[in-house]
Design a binder for this molecule. Sequence first.
Ligand code: UD1
Length: 419
Amino acid sequence: MKKIVINGGHPLKGEVAVSGAKNSVVALIPAIILAEDVVILDGVPAISDVDSLIDIMELMGAKVEREGETLAIDPRGVQDVPMPYGKINSLRASYYFYGSLLARFGQAVVGLPGGCDLGPRPIDLHLKAFEAMGAKVSYQGESMRLATDGNPLKGTHIYMDTVSVGATINTMIAASRAQGRTVIENAAREPEIIDVATLLNNMGAHIRGAGTDIITIEGVERLHGTRHQVIPDRIEAGTYIAMAAAIGEGVKVSNVLYEHLESFISKLEEMGVRMTVEEDSIFVEKQDQLKSVSIKTSPYPGFATDLQQPITPLLLRTQGRGNIRDTIYEKRVNHVAELARMGAKISVLSGQIVYEAPNSLSGAPVKATDLRAGAALVIAGLMAEGRTEITNVEFILRGYSNIIEKLTELGADIQLIED
Ligand code: UD1
């Protein structure tokens, strides 16, 4: 068991560089199974989700070399072996193996995906899309089997009942090697979808419209090797920007694509956060009084559900009241009770988070119950007076690359301790 110990109250100053996007790379790695040669990814973050995916790829027979932020994957030796529950259950994005294995082998036996507990996280849309392309779904204990019974996957028209990042990407991966044309309507528009489409296209796929709500994929027979730069992680960027506004005395957050963060930045502007946007960085000044705001999350380009938790500690140092309504994951409120333990006037009422600010936070023992709740607790710990001990930090390390090193460099008193 690991824990993070923070002695709060030290202002942050300097520069922090954002790593490659977690939600891209967790799809890019499984998609590489479809290539018939080596694929190299640059800008791969040092997060435990990537470690788990590499383990899974190696178990399946891929050759993987990792040096710094570069990952070279040779998928030619990948075998169609059942992927059991254990490893697969450690991350949500293991559902991308359904799409890639199905497209390469015509079948996939994969344990049910795990990941953060944000309330119900069904995968019915993924399965409906695979079924529409001709796959049959059956259950084998804690695994699911998808199979086309020797027939190729067939391109088709798919309307997504709900806008889903995972289902859009998974359908795109499977359809890239299906027979004929697939059209995804009501597709999600997140930047990570464009990133995965770019990789697949550079591998020889024909995908048009990624980043809009209609994506068209003309299936091809073969995909080849390529080299690809992972886009910057907009959620990590937003986390550091919120942190800099909460406790910074001049912090430059670099390797940022501003256009991926527009709704987040405009919310900060509404609060009165002073920032300077440069070509690929955002400089956050030391803040005086900030205004309270209310937040409603929605699919991209709306305010990201993944940034709802990391922005919460910043709301606690504004003046006034406000609320957060997460329309994507209504039960994504695990950080609230932990922040209340640290002295925050915050609670959940009728499915919304309500807060009253300003609050002075005090260090306390708290538990990271999921990845972004963990990020919220790190920020709160940095803001609080005294010592905060965060347990369950494995969640945080799943998605924040070198977080201890990056924060130490900015002047935080933070340590990762192995119990
Ligand atoms: C991805 C992100 C996650 C982010 C979420 C929403 C990855 C690995 N994770 O998760 O960080 O919080 O997008 O931006 O990229 N839904 C269904 N049926 C399905 C699939 C989804 O009803 O088959 C619902 C979900 O319960 C949720 C909504 O659709 O209410 C959006 O979920 P989705 O975009 O699919 O989330 P993930 O791809 O799992």
